[in-house]
Structures are given as structure tokens and as C-alpha cells.
Design a protein around this ligand. Sequence first.
Ligand code: AMP
Length: 212
Amino acid sequence: MNSTFTIALPKGRLGDVALKRLQAAGMAKEVNPSSRRLVFNDVSQAIRYMIVKPIDVITYVEQGVADIGIIGRDGILEAEADIYELMDLGFGQCRFAIAGLKDNMKIQKDETLRVATKYPRFTKTYFKNKGQKIIIIPLNGSVELAPLVGLSDVIVDIVETGNTLKANGLEIITPIQDISAKLISNRASYRFKYERIRHIIRLLDQTKEANT
Ligand code: AMP
């Protein structure tokens, strides 16, 4: 086999589905997400798997420490990184949306809107293009709390089932964009390890139907 090939996988919800998909394709057999190990070596296929925080997948791939990775498109949009998007994987479907309290659903264009989000860069660009003045309230999680306690007027976040919004008396004001999981590649790896990457894409393509 040729030199070791590295794949960055996200921890958590998206990572669990990604791993099932890889395993259905005959890969990542020895990766155990419930272990505390962060690196798994598949010697027979000469593939190294790294388990990282979802948003960090893009950093490992952009820097070339990982050749390819799996990440939600939300992370790609936020990072604005210099990587290739190779393939839509058909899972992790959700969407970016503006949400707020049910009885406070109007966005006044002439007022500065306070927006809480884990996606400050994406949010800034979105509202700039809309000509809406905003103040970003950057948060790292539980963004839904911000409008409830008066920290923000609205939130920009990813919504899957809508259950979290509903449980907190929030509603979608404006859907922004559908997103799903993507296979991404380092630019140089795509050039120099093209055959291996195409092979993995073919394997993942074959298992698409069975796993979505
Ligand atoms: P839900 O209640 O299913 O709409 O999920 C909303 C919560 O889960 C929010 O806190 C989101 O930030 C988070 N979330 C939604 N979709 C995803 C996803 N595909 N991957 C990771 N987190 C997500």
C-alpha cells in the first residue's frame, strides 16, 4: 500500500452517522467512538482516523494534517477555509435559520438587531448582504437561551427537528439555507492522492442508498 492516508472525523451526532457510513463501506472497522482514544490506525488499509471536534475537522484538513474529512456544511460556511468540497453525503440534514420568540417575530430593518450565534462569520455576511445592521453576540452553545433572557433579539443557528426551538417557545422567523454533511479534501492531497480519494468516494457512493 502507499503512504498513510489520514481521515478527520467529527465527534458527536454527525460523527456517529459518518462512522456508520464508513463502516458500511468496509472502512474504519477499528474506530471506536466511545473510547477516549483520538487516533485509530487501520494498518491493513494504511488509513489513520482522527476524531476531532466538528468545527476543527476543517482546520486539520486545510492544514494538510488530514487528507480528507467529514463536516457539516455549516462548518464550511463559517470557516471560509481553503479546501475542496468533494461530495454531499446525504445525512446530517438541517438548516440555518433565524429564530426568535413567538410574539416578537418582526425584524425592523431600521433597528440594530442583536443576534446570538455560534456562527459569527456566516451571520455577519448574511445580514450585511441583507442591509440589516446587527450586533453579534457570540456564544458556544445553548444559543436558544439568549432571546429568552434578553441577551439577544434573535438567534442564527442550525435547526434539525425544531424541537429545541419549540421547547423554548421560539420559532423560525426566516429559513436561511439547507445544509448537510460533506466530504472535504485538502487541496494538495486531492492532487497528489487523487486515486485514493476517488476510491473512497466510490465506496461511499455505493453505500449512499443503504444508509440514508
Ligand atoms: P433540533 O432540536 O433537532 O432542531 O436541534 C437543534 C439543536 O441541535 C441546536 O442547538 C443545534 O445547534 C443543534 N443541531 C441541529 N442540527 C445539528 C446537526 N446536524 N449537527 C449538530 N448539531 C445540530
